[in-house]
Write a protein that binds this ligand. Structure first.
Ligand code: AMP
Ligand code: GLY
Length: 424
């Protein structure tokens, strides 16, 4: 019986837990720190600090894990994968040096330039004077400014604005806080998230998904970690995944290997389908949240086999991935205040029962005196699947409507443009 230790506590990790167990029912699942949803799947829970590399590798040794799967970026940056591999345990997740592809936007640009990967031109600035010069250099009539903090910011460090003063103000906040900033060329065109499972050398594409990053309907409000997603995408070219594998993922993995930092885990390519071709907006070193909730809903191949093959450097021998024919939509229920400081401790009620066509994944939830309460910004992921996108969407929204907590909010337009044929 294989034993897996899953690191993380979000809805992405709940989706990973669920999909691992569905594909390999005899699997012994352990989670740290996990969440009440992961516990309800039957996982053994461990309350350790997941940024403590030593504590994680000790735990993995103690439970005799065959595989450690690291969900979030923060443990990766802390070298948790390095420590697990050093303990001779297979690990799905890159070493800290390779995870810098997400942790440092400047490093990511450097790798992309070396690998000839199409991306937005960027200026790295560490002073206000450099920032002003860069803003002048990219300024064009009717084209927004893009200002990014160079570091981990949970999707919230980016400001896209037509207003030069607002762009400069964001840069000033970052620089005053000790970060440098990137001033980037604006990329037009719809965004696509595409995940590649990598074993250091070989690369397998998962299916493209669309994520909704802004907090409110019509892509208004601040950037968030993601308020909803759907897959597959009927409006992208059939060969998109293959094309991006050849032009983006494989050259990036090759370049990281050449630098002595092979990448084992998910390379997440955030792409813009621009009028001048597909370009990389950003890389992440992990599964995306909430896209994972829909991509894994459609995966038929046993996830454990996929992740273990990658962790062992044996992806080449893995048969082609199999996908279900349907559609999946996820709607995120967020807490009052998100993406700023969310209010916590609100009682959660509703239908948590998993059914074949819809289910609820936990993220910011906790048990308090036997009651389920909110404990974070993105609280629940409500997933619906169906033979067509419209049905999947209805099921996800029905589930979302069945859940309640004070201050809950969701976007009402997840997958709506694709259903009505009017857009993304
Ligand atoms: P990131 O954290 O780099 O994914 O950026 C968050 C969001 O900001 C992206 O999903 C895009 O919507 C937007 N964004 C980032 N970079 C650019 C760019 N160069 N051009 C246009 N939009 C961008
Ligand atoms: N959904 C965006 C992310 O995971 O970064």
């Amino acid at each position: 019986m294989p034993t897996v230790l899953l690191i993380g506590s979000g809805a992405r990790e709940h989706a990973l837990a669920r999909t691992l167990l569905q594909g390999t029912p005899e699997l012994q699942l352990h989670a740290a720190p996990g969440n009440p949803g992961i516990a309800s799947e039957g996982a053994v829970m461990h309350s350790i600090s997941v940024t403590d590399a030593h504590a994680v590798s000790e735990l993995a040794l103690r439970i005799n894990a065959d595989l450690v799967v690291i969900g979030p970026e923060v443990p990766l940056m802390h070298g948790v994968a390095d420590a697990v591999r050093a303990a001779n345990i297979a690990c799905f997740g890159p070493d800290a040096a390779a995870a810098a592809i997400e942790g440092s936007k400047a490093f990511a640009k450097d790798v992309m330039t070396a690998a000839n990967v199409p991306t937005a031109h960027a200026y790295v600035c560490s002073t206000i004077e450099e920032t002003q010069a860069a803003l002048d250099a990219v300024a064009a009539p009717g084209v927004p400014f893009v200002v990014k903090e160079d570091g981990l910011a949970a999707g919230k460090g980016v400001v896209v604005t037509p207003n030069r003063d607002a762009a400069l103000a964001h840069a000033r906040t970052c620089i005053d806080g000790g970060s440098s900033v990137l001033i980037e060329e604006y990329l037009d065109g719809p965004e696509v998230s595409l995940f590649f499972v990598c074993d250091g050398t070989n690369v397998r594409a998962l299916i493209p998904a669309a994520d909704f990053k802004r907090a409110f309907d019509n892509d208004e409000g601040p950037n968030t970690g993601g308020m909803g997603a759907y897959a597959p995408l009927r409006w992208v070219p059939d060969d998109l995944a293959e094309h991006v594998k050849e032009t983006v993922a494989q050259p990036t993995i090759d370049e990281l290997a050449r630098r002595g930092t092979p990448f084992i885990g998910v390379l997440y390519a955030g792409l813009a389908l621009t009028s001048r071709g597909v370009k990389v907006i950003e890389f992440n070193a992990r599964f995306g949240d909430p896209e994972t909730q829909v991509v894994l809903a459609l995966l038929e191949t046993a996830l454990y086999e996929v992740l273990l093959s990658a962790a062992r450097g044996e992806l080449e021998a893995l048969p082609e991935l199999q996908w279900r024919s349907g559609n999946a939509v996820v709607v995120v229920l967020a807490a009052h205040g998100y993406p700023g400081t969310p209010r916590t401790g609100d009682a959660i009620s509703g239908d948590l029962e998993s059914r074949e066509n819809s289910w609820v994944l936990h993220a910011g939830t906790a048990m308090r005196d036997d009651a389920l309460v909110t404990s974070g910004g993105r609280v629940l992921s409500c997933v619906g699947v169906g033979p067509d996108l419209e049905t999947a969407r209805e099921r996800a929204y029905e589930r979302a409507a069945s859940m309640a907590f004070d201050g809950a909010f969701a976007r009402g337009d997840i997958a709506l443009g694709a259903v009505s044929g009017s857009g993304r």
